[in-house]
Design a protein around this ligand. Sequence first.
Ligand code: ADP
Ligand code: ADP
Ligand code: MG
Length: 448
Amino acid sequence: MFSKVLIANRGEIALRVTRACRELGLKTVGIFSDSDANLLHLRFVDQKVALGGNSPLESYLNIDKVVEACLLTRADAVHPGYGFLSENALFAQKLQENNIVFIGPSVDVLRTMKNKLLTKKILHQAGIPVVPGSLEPLHSEEEALSVARELGFPVLLKACLGGGGRGIRVVASEKELKDAFRSASREAKMAFGSSDLYLEKQIERARHIEVQILADNFGNVVHLGERECSLQRKRQKVLEEAPAHFLDAGLRSEILKCAVKAAQALNYTTCGTLEFLVTEDGNFYFMELNARIQVEHPVTEMITGVDIVREQIKAASGEKLPFNQEDIAFRGHAIEMRINAEDPFRNFTPSPGRITRFEIPRGPGIRVDSHCYSGYVVPPYYDSLIAKLIVWDENRDFALRRSYEALHSFFVEGISTTIPFHLRILQNEDFVRGCFHTRFIEEDFVME
Ligand code: ADP
Ligand code: ADP
Ligand code: MG
């Protein structure tokens, strides 16, 4: 096992990881930007290093600074959380060169995975169904046009190195394609450092179903079931559930089997998530692999009782998985609501600032993952996630009711949050009946 883990992140995930390390008896190092000196996890770490600066590029995305912090504190492992450097192959490689373990998949896997298209191609070759589209980067507008005609409009232009809901553009018709291709490649070059694009058929009224994987260095791969993440806004997840209640049992077991096969084909290790799109007529396609702990991992923890972060750290340190597939049992239903510092009544504009009151709901089946407290100031420089409310109950129906009650005793004052938005979602008949898809919020849901 490691002796000292540097937590290369901020916010709720930094706190989650700090606790997981301490529970394993590991020493911890926190890093922070100028505006983040008051982060909650910094009270519990053994050492902390000021990175300086505020923007991600000056701080949490700055490979040199983070590696230097590791060397300074003699950390022998790094937990990257999600976002920031969590899927960065260059970072993982620099750590390796310094004999520091990156708590995540191997440098080789990260290098492949960085390119969403390459991953898709490898899995296609391994016999995994992938979303219909090009399997090589598009070389020209003409090529894009002929691929798009074959697929049928609307299509999606995706940046090979895109992520975080960015780098995806809908193209509705032939006449839009030329301009879209040009500006998308320009934008991809700016945002991700490569102008490479690929095309995918736009799957209408699809569901986003993903599978949580745990894998050790000995070839053992176990899945922890699936999550329903179709409730999205601008291609970003808003609320997640486990299990995917509306998936029929046959299809579920096919998707789970497929996910394990895909992880094996990639020699995947530690924890990861395979994302699939499921069509209305019951087909499913691999979409992408997230090579890190995900924001929504708690819903899976609630129904399996497995501490995913703990198992991720243990697997990275070279331990064997402590269970087989048969040992994993599923119980009840869990829902996660992402509470963001945004104003849902003003088109979700960010709402940073001082939180004057922060009171969380309590009681059976209620979990809040958050770094916030009364008096905490939400800085404007980072992701707007301030808390995750995770609710467990014996079935979906009760989990929905418990979620609704819990939201009513979640008090955040001083800034705007998405709590009122979640309350309305939970009252929406279609959502409650399970009639929703990835474009539901944009197309069928009205805020007031
Ligand atoms: P999850 O399924 O874990 O929610 P997301 O794709 O929403 O995954 O990403 C989690 C976090 O990482 C979000 O804060 C998102 O903004 C950020 N993120 C993910 N990929 C990238 C990327 N390529 N560039 C910048 N931020 C990213
Ligand atoms: P990111 O790396 O940003 O998470 P994804 O490829 O996972 O990008 O796509 C983000 C979201 O966009 C998906 O969860 C889904 O809602 C939607 N999406 C992606 N590809 C398609 C597609 N081919 N058809 C329909 N929706 C899609
Ligand atoms: Mg995705």
